[in-house]
Write a protein that binds this ligand. Structure first.
Ligand code: FAD
Length: 471
């Protein structure tokens, strides 16, 4: 069983099928250079390493040994896999699909290599609740509008949803010893990071189950009301665990559905609204399969590449460091830098600010997010950025631009989120904190606004309008 972004023993189709088939050993390849090329953040790498460490213990409880080897990048994996298969005397290789272009190419190369050894490979689907490609329009195409996708998805859910796999029973004998030396070395290297990610993002089966249970018991019932308020823990905080595969999205869905007495889109508003977000995640993965160019730095709406996106490093740096002079934007960016996570409402606000106020290429922001997010996930990140930049599938219309000050007044009414991350403004009243006066900013040592909202927005709209006229 070849593990990748599926670091769990519960609801892991490939693991369960392998163990059902016969005596099973697990393999994992550390590919640090590839992860660096994919801009994985230190927070995400730390979580992955610790989750993998916990997985070795969970597998031990199932009597499944794990061999962890280091390869520089994906290109080295097929040969390393072939070598290991011969060493282990394995007869079949099980794994779960991944849908990004490089990951798919690696799977194909591994399969080719393994078949040269005349072995069978079995690939399962675990990343989505419904396998990409199953939900199609009447013309047999992938939906490009989320609401239509969701309608079709819910209608077909019980027909197409993949099977759920409870944790398998332990196998009877241990065939060989685990070898996790490569992981131990890597863990020690990661520990040198100045930030203690272990305490911010605890890993392991128990930690993840606790996070899910706590959310279901405490917050999900009010999710629809509080999910947009960044100062409140109103969302699940599970994205990082879903991203590394510490928990499956199907498990999350089933728990919410059960709480909602088996209903998906009717019933209690909290769970229904949460399920809607889980389906968004599947939507973005389905799009990757239908439009692989999304993985090649291409906008979905190709014309938008004609927009005169700015390549202004200084301006970009101010956004990165949370020094734009727009308190909510700055608080959000500082939350990202300090915790490796940012609230969904603020991801939209900051992404729209970068692309529509500073008019900087959305790919710069997409990359910066990946480099810092603990939940950095290509499909969701790319989807969120292209939505905000109006370059993507079912994106926000270009003329509907968030006013960061209005967003702040609406979603951080009393300013408590800003106070937490922009302490130099903490003394300001709830009225002034969203938009400090020039005097207040100077006195607090806080930057003046980097652009003027009205001017920036008018310019952006005219660039997009020119583009629409050209088409
Ligand atoms: P909850 O509100 O509890 O939602 C539950 C789960 O549903 C999440 O854990 C996540 O897996 C999924 N989900 C929720 N909202 C979305 C969404 N809009 N799109 C896709 N899936 C969603 N999410 C990532 O997991 N990784 C990313 O790299 C990422 N980058 C983003 C970039 C931008 C510009 C934007 C606008 C959104 C991005 N999102 C990303 C989506 C969303 O912001 C996060 O999933 C969410 O904030 C995670 O917090 P949570 O687990 O508490 O979410």
């Amino acid at each position: 069983m070849w593990f990748r972004s599926d670091l769990r023993i519960d609801d892991n189709p490939a693991l369960s099928n392998a163990m059902q088939d016969g005596a099973t050993a697990a393999v994992y390849f550390l590919t640090p250079e590839q992860w660096c090329k994919h801009d994985f953040s230190p927070a995400r790498l730390s979580l992955m390493a610790r989750q993998l460490d916990d997985l070795t213990e969970q597998l031990a409880s199932l009597n499944v040994p794990i061999i962890i080897r280091k390869c520089a990048d994906f290109s080295a994996v097929p040969a390393a896999m072939a070598e290991l298969i011969v060493e282990l005397g394995a007869s079949k290789l099980y794994f779960n699909h991944e849908y990004e272009v490089n990951e798919m190419a690696m799977s194909r190369n591994v399969v080719k290599k393994v078949r040269q050894l005349t072995l069978q490979t079995v690939a399962c689907h675990d990343q989505c609740m419904i396998e990409p490609g199953k939900i199609k329009t009447a013309q047999g195409e992938c939906y490009k509008v989320y609401s239509a996708f969701k309608r079709a998805y819910i209608k077909a859910f019980d027909q197409y949803c993949r099977d759920y796999y409870p944790c398998p029973q332990p196998q009877s004998e241990i065939m060989l010893h685990s070898d996790k030396q490569a992981l131990d070395i890597w863990l020690a290297e990661l520990e040198r990071d100045l930030v203690d990610w272990r305490s911010v993002w605890p890993a392991g089966r128990d930690a993840v189950q606790n996070q899910l249970n706590e959310f279901l018991q405490q917050a999900v019932s009010d999710y629809h009301e509080y999910r947009d308020i960044p100062s409140i823990n109103g969302t699940s905080g599970l994205s990082a665990y879903i991203a590394v595969g510490a928990i499956s999205v199907l498990e999350c869905f089933r728990a919410a559905r059960q709480l909602n007495h088996g209903e998906i889109d009717t019933g209690q508003q909290g769970p229904v609204s949460w399920i809607n977000e889980l389906i968004w995640r599947d939507f973005y993965r389905h799009l990757l399969i239908a439009f692989p160019d999304l993985c090649r730095h291409k906008p979905f709406k190709l014309d938008t590449d004609k927009l005169p996106w700015k390549k202004d490093r200084q301006l970009f740096e101010r956004w990165c460091q949370g020094k734009t002079g727009y308190p909510l934007v700055d608080a959000a960016m500082r939350q990202l830098l300090q915790t490796g996570w940012m609230h969904n409402r603020l991801r939209m606000v900051t992404a729209m600010f970068l692309t529509k106020h500073l008019f900087i290429d959305w790919r710069w922001g997409e990359r910066f997010f990946m480099q810092h997010l603990v939940d950095g996930d290509f499909a969701s990140n790319n989807g969120g950025w292209q939505w905000s930049a109006s370059t993507g599938v079912d994106a926000v219309p270009y003329f509907r631009i968030f006013n960061p000050t209005r967003q702040s007044e609406r979603f951080d009414e009393d300013g408590s989120f800003i106070r937490r991350y922009v302490p130099e403004l903490a003394h300001l009243s709830a009225k002034n904190i969203h938009q400090p006066s020039k005097e207040q900013a100077i006195q607090a040592g806080y930057p003046l606004p980097v652009v003027e909202h009205k001017v920036a927005v008018a310019q952006t709209k005219s660039w997009f309008a020119d583009l629409t006229q050209q088409v």
